[in-house]
Design a binder for this molecule. Structure first.
Ligand code: NAD
Ligand code: MG
Length: 380
């Protein structure tokens, strides 16, 4: 039986991972974790019987401890708790379904402990890809992408020699505001931004999809995962999210992975790779689909993508600034403290005032994150 641990089991990816586990019936969940949603975590504990659960917030951890006193389970908390479940000797795969840069340290520790990583937490690779990828290679662990686009690229590269790749065609839906101009984006609300046309996801990534920052993060993620130069990563808008991404080869052949938008497919593929299992759900019906349309991304009104390319070109610690400023900005937007377009303002302001640290260590990445948060605190 395959044994897995999940960082962030109560979120969108976390709960869908558990659905995949449940339908297959041959994976053992040895550890679960959440930030503070102990109600759902308790249900998950009772259903999947992990040996440890981590709750980041101490007070919530205590409450959970009380609630599951009748069970044989250890409850841990804080960053130490997250690291403990990430390095648990029994687990073979760590699913990083946690949101934000908080995922970096547990992921690094899991790789050090020899765990394969089913990677959903894109913020980790965006900020620390230059450390994570070589470390994974050195430790002989696999980084299995869960993000649907990266899973599609991964699937499209199956069995192909790496030297044959010409470029990556990263598809994007364009989010709920596709086609809107700057003036129309000025007063959009949190509720509007949370209405993604195709995917139901956590709040942060849904806002990132509306700003196109998500696609920017994914370009950076793709660079590290597949070792492709950013100039060879082209974003293509494909509004219905049917083509999950494509790879163009030297001879002009384009290989793509298609499917209905369902995150359980990339999750299951990562958990069972290279095996393909039956997955219940809707299938593509090309007769009723009739057409798949494409557009160029709008780099004038949606600055998420150009800012990401700028961060990539600057390199070093700049993607950390891009990511950290965005995390703070999105959280303020969700709290209705700033407007939609202020997200871009905050990111560019922090990037403009950052002096790049080349090849940053983990510590320097975390310091850069902190400095970015402090700049936002002091100025906005
Ligand atoms: P979500 O907000 O639905 O869930 C986040 C999870 O992380 C929750 O379980 C939460 O408790 C946990 N968490 C947050 N902070 C924590 C902390 N300090 N300590 C412990 N746990 C903490 O987010 P999501 O949409 O599932 O996304 C998770 C990650 O996957 C993100 O990096 C996102 O970009 C990526 N991703 C998500 C999707 C999707 O369809 N939802 C698709 C591709 C990539
Ligand atoms: Mg994606």
């Amino acid at each position: 039986m395959k044994k897995i641990a999940i960082l962030g089991s109560t979120g969108s990816i976390g709960t869908q991972t558990l659905e995949v586990v449940e339908t297959n019936g041959d994976i053992q969940v040895v550890a679960l974790s959440a930030r503070r949603n102990i109600k759902l975590l308790e249900q998950q504990i009772r259903a999947f019987h992990p040996q440890v659960a981590a709750v980041y917030e101490e007070k919530a951890a205590w409450e959970l401890k009380e609630a599951v006193r009748d069970l044989d389970i250890r409850i841990v908390s804080g960053m130490d708790g997250l690291i403990e479940i990430s390095t648990l000797p029994e687990a073979e795969i760590l699913v990083t379904a946690i949101v934000g840069m908080i995922g970096i340290r547990p992921t690094v520790e899991a790789i050090n402990a020899g765990k394969d990583i089913a990677l959903a937490n894109k913020e980790t690779l965006v900020t620390a890809g230059h450390l994570i990828m070589p470390l994974a290679k050195e430790r002989g662990v696999r980084i299995l992408p869960v993000d649907s686009e990266h899973s599609a690229i991964f699937q499209s590269m199956n069995g192909e020699p790496r030297g044959g790749v010409e470029k990556i065609l990263l598809t994007a839906s364009g989010g709920p505001f596709r086609g809107k101009k700057r003036e129309e984006l000025m007063d959009v609300t949190v509720e509007d931004a949370l209405k993604h046309p195709n995917w139901s996801m956590g709040q942060k990534i849904t806002i990132d999809s509306a700003t196109m920052v998500n696609k920017g993060l994914e370009v950076i993620e793709a660079k590290w995962l597949f070792g492709v130069d950013p100039s060879n990563i082209q974003v293509v808008i494909q509004p219905k999210s049917i083509i999950h991404s494509m790879v163009e080869y030297k001879d002009g052949a384009v290989i793509a992975q298609l499917g209905t938008p369902d995150m359980k497919l990339p999750i299951q593929y990562a958990l069972y790779y290279p095996e393909r299992r039956y997955l219940p759900g809707e299938r593509l019906d090309f007769w009723s689909l009739r057409e798949i349309t494409f557009e160029k991304p709008d780099m004038e009104n949606f600055l998420g993508l150009p800012l990401a390319y700028q961060a990539l070109r600057a390199g070093g610690s700049m993607p950390t600034v891009f990511n950290a400023a965005n995390e703070r900005a999105v959280s303020r937007f969700l709290q209705k403290k700033i407007k939609f377009l202020d997200i871009y303002e905050m990111i560019s302001d922090c990037m403009e005032h950052h002096k790049v640290v080349e090849n940053p260590s983990l510590e320097e990445i975390l310091l850069t994150e902190q400095a970015t948060y402090e700049r936002i605190e002091s100025r906005w």
